[in-house]
Design a protein around this ligand. Structure first.
Ligand code: UDP
Length: 238
């Protein structure tokens, strides 16, 4: 049976790119993630990507010392996401994948500006689109930006790619008896304060009936398995 053509938005944090260093970009991780994304693209899945900026700077922490105002800190955070987007663009191109970066803040010497219709056109042509600079507005997160872009491009799901297998009833790193929740509702995630994503992102997904798939992208092949066959190891918020 032929698999239906899918369009997905994959979101991962900037921290994922930092690896053991905890800061900056680890090129072996960059290469690994690019190769996992390539398998999606080669299977005919249309892929949008949002990468966080936490490996470089987060608005909240930048403003913690009281010298940098939160708004400026957030703009710095958005610029960090563009750095990660450009790095990922290089990594994907390096392995032969056609890709474009579109930024919510105009930086025309570096990448295209976000234009919804143009993004759709790239996806239809089989190009991967990396959406940089978050929503372009301070006081938002890249989880919200990813959900917004997923809704805009009509993605079938948003895949929150992490280093854990899904959503657990307690921290799986601290408790050996932590149980993975296969499916949970948006309301449950909001009510129980299960930080799959921030509340704004979950509410936006809920309003637009966008399933949130939480999975481990550091298990080779897991991303493709989940998206292609609705299989693999993950949790779904819907
Ligand atoms: N940011 C913002 N508006 C957005 C998206 C991001 O101001 O629409 C800023 C914010 O300061 C945030 C930083 O960019 O802390 C990096 O994004 P995030 O913390 O979501 O990255 P992640 O935790 O996923 O690495």
């Amino acid at each position: 049976m032929e698999t239906k053509k899918r369009r997905v938005l994959v979101k991962f944090s900037g921290e994922a790119l930092a690896g053991e260093n905890g800061f900056g970009i680890d090129s072996s991780i960059l290469g690994y993630i690019a190769s996992e994304i390539k398998t999606l693209s080669e299977s005919g899945i249309e892929v949008g990507i949002v990468i966080g900026g936490g490996n470089i700077i987060r608005g909240v922490s930048a403003s913690a010392g009281g010298i940098i105002r939160r708004t400026s800190g957030d703009y710095m955070g958005m610029l960090a996401t563009v750095i990660n987007a450009v790095a990922m663009q290089e990594a994907l191109e390096h392995i032969g994948i056609d890709v474009r970066v579109q930024s919510a803040i105009e930086i025309k010497e570096i990448c295209e500006s976000y234009i919804y219709r143009k993004a759709i056109r790239h996806l239809e042509k089989g190009r991967i689109v990396i959406f940089g600079a978050g929503t372009g507005n301070p006081f938002f997160t890249t989880d919200t930006a990813a959900t917004l872009r997923a809704v805009e491009i009509g993605a079938d799901m948003i895949v929150k790619a992490t280093k854990v297998d899904g959503v657990f009833d307690k921290d799986p790193h601290k408790f050996t008896d932590a149980k993975k929740l296969d499916v949970l509702s948006y309301d449950q995630a909001l009510k129980d304060n299960i930080k799959v994503m921030d509340d704004t992102a979950i509410a936006l997904a809920k309003d637009n009936k966008l399933p949130i798939v939480v999975c481990n992208m550091f298990k080779k092949g897991n991303l493709l398995e989940i998206i292609k066959n609705d299989g693999g190891i993950c949790s779904v918020v819907k």
